[in-house]
Design a protein around this ligand. Structure first.
Ligand code: PMP
Length: 437
């Protein structure tokens, strides 16, 4: 497959845009470098690049595009919104409609506020939790990604219960010291951290189902333990559901049938993004009335946004949620995903490729290893070179995956049986190529 124009555009982009990309996850650095593919059009489950190659897409723009690209219901909603003015700087009725839809689907949220990205949503939940508890520290879990605000770009220190170290230049050590990182699925490590610093912990932040080192379910009881221990120490529970909300069912991970005890695992604050914007920029956060009343203009925690709640993003979000209310959409995504993952597992076995697949309804991750992946250490201990070879082999056969061994595959309501068959054919040939037979 030739990608001459992509290569030319990459050369040009490098001159004007730092690294040639507007988000580092789009670069091919983690899969051996070179030009990323420049896409020019997307429709349903398919992309066309600037060289007119077609790809079946499993990136779904890192999650938001759950209805497939350019879904007509969403496109119409955006067009109508744009024709009425894209940004008002005043409240609109649409925002109320959308807030009600979110509250109905995620009952732990009494009050909602819209922002423009997942990063903003998470950053603000932390501020609100600090304002409410009048404490400073937060506890997070290794490998969970919560956007690029200072506090959450912090990695674990050298022990299981040490203060954090900055994961990026430009973050003062003093800020990193406000963050404690513990392993996911490890309640004893969380308890140890709380025993040590609990008096100053404002919140424990978690992706309740992980989407950022592959798809990883919490072990039975982990979220219950997390909520119980956190509250024992007077801290708040924050769920980052930027990926998970509306991904597995019409609702969020905290109400997902795959997890029990919904009341025992309900958080105080939830951060949202991605799917709820139907492909336009959005974020939102919400929580209990008491906690949310910390936010300005009611309370002392300030948060604002010129673009927040703009009619285009809100209309796209409402339209996307309406599509997801169609009976059977999640079941169909799951049916096709099972077919795909069964096929992948079978070919991997046949060609001697070690492969651990974590599937949760219509999403899954492929870790090139022969052990389970339940935390970040296990996700790191996988064959990155083999993933890179697989990624390129699939790309050359017209299948677009995220260029990182940690990212998930996302199905959409637009994928068809034919797309799955095409993908499996590509996968068989790719596995064959990788193992040299
Ligand atoms: N939280 C999670 C769980 C995410 O996966 C991401 C983005 N991948 C973010 C927050 C940040 O969202 P955004 O990129 O919209 O700022």
């Amino acid at each position: 497959m030739k990608r001459i124009h992509s290569e030319q555009l990459y050369e040009e982009a490098l001159k004007h845009i730092v690294g040639g990309v507007n988000s580092p996850s789009r670069s091919f650095k983690a899969v051996g470098g070179g030009a990323p593919v420049f896409m020019k059009r997307a429709q349903g489950a398919h992309f066309w690049d600037v060289d007119d190659n077609r790809y079946v897409d499993y990136l779904a723009a890192y999650g938001p595009i759950i209805t497939g690209h350019a879904h007509p219901h969403i496109t119409r909603a955006i067009q109508e919104a744009a024709a009425n003015g894209t940004l008002y700087g005043t409240p609109t009725e649409l925002e109320i409609k959308m807030a009600k839809m979110l509250k109905q689907a995620i009952p732990s949220m009494d009050k909602v506020r819209f922002v423009n990205s997942g990063t903003e949503a998470v950053m603000t939940t932390i501020r609100v939790a600090r304002a409410y508890t009048k404490r400073n520290k937060i506890i997070k879990f290794a490998g969970c990604y919560h956007g690029h605000s200072d506090l959450v770009l912090v990695a674990a220190g050298s022990g299981p219960s040490t203060l954090g170290i900055p994961d990026s230049a430009g973050i003062p050590t003093s800020i990193a010291h406000e963050v404690i990182t513990v392993p996911f699925n490890d309640a004893p490590a969380l308890k140890e951290a709380l025993d040590k610093w609990g008096d100053d912990v404002a919140a424990v932040m978690v992706e309740p189902i992980v989407g950022n080192f592959g798809m990883v379910m919490p072990k039975p009881g982990f979220l219950e333990d997390l909520c119980r221990l956190t509250r024992q120490y007077g801290a708040l529970v924050i769920y980052d559901e930027v990926i998970t909300a509306f991904r597995f069912h019409y609702g969020s991970a905290q109400t997902y049938a795959g997890l029990d005890n919904h009341e025992a695992i309900a958080p105080d604050l939830t951060a949202l993004g991605k799917i709820i914007g139907g492909g336009l920029p959005i974020g939102a956060y919400g929580g209990t009335k008491e906690v949310m009343e910390q936010v300005a203009p009611l309370g002392p925690a300030y948060q604002a946004g010129t673009m927040a709640g703009n009619p285009a993003s809100i209309s796209a979000g409402i339209a996307c949620l309406e599509v997801l209310q169609t009976p059977g959409v999640y079941e169909e995504m799951e049916r096709l995903t099972i077919k795909l993952t069964n096929g992948l597992a079978g070919f991997a076995r046949q060609y001697g490729i070690p492969l651990t697949i974590n599937r949760i309804r219509g999403s899954f991750s492929t870790h090139f290893c022969d052990h389970p992946v339940t935390n970040y250490d296990e996700a790191q201990d996988t064959n990155g070179e083999m993933f890179a070879a697989f990624f390129r082999a699939m790309l050359n056969r017209g299948v677009n995956l995220a260029p990182s061994k940690y990212e998930a595959w996302f199905l959409t309501t637009a994928h068809t049986e034919e797309d799955i068959d095409f993908t499996l054919e590509a996968a068989e040939a790719s596995f064959k190529e990788i193992n040299g037979s």
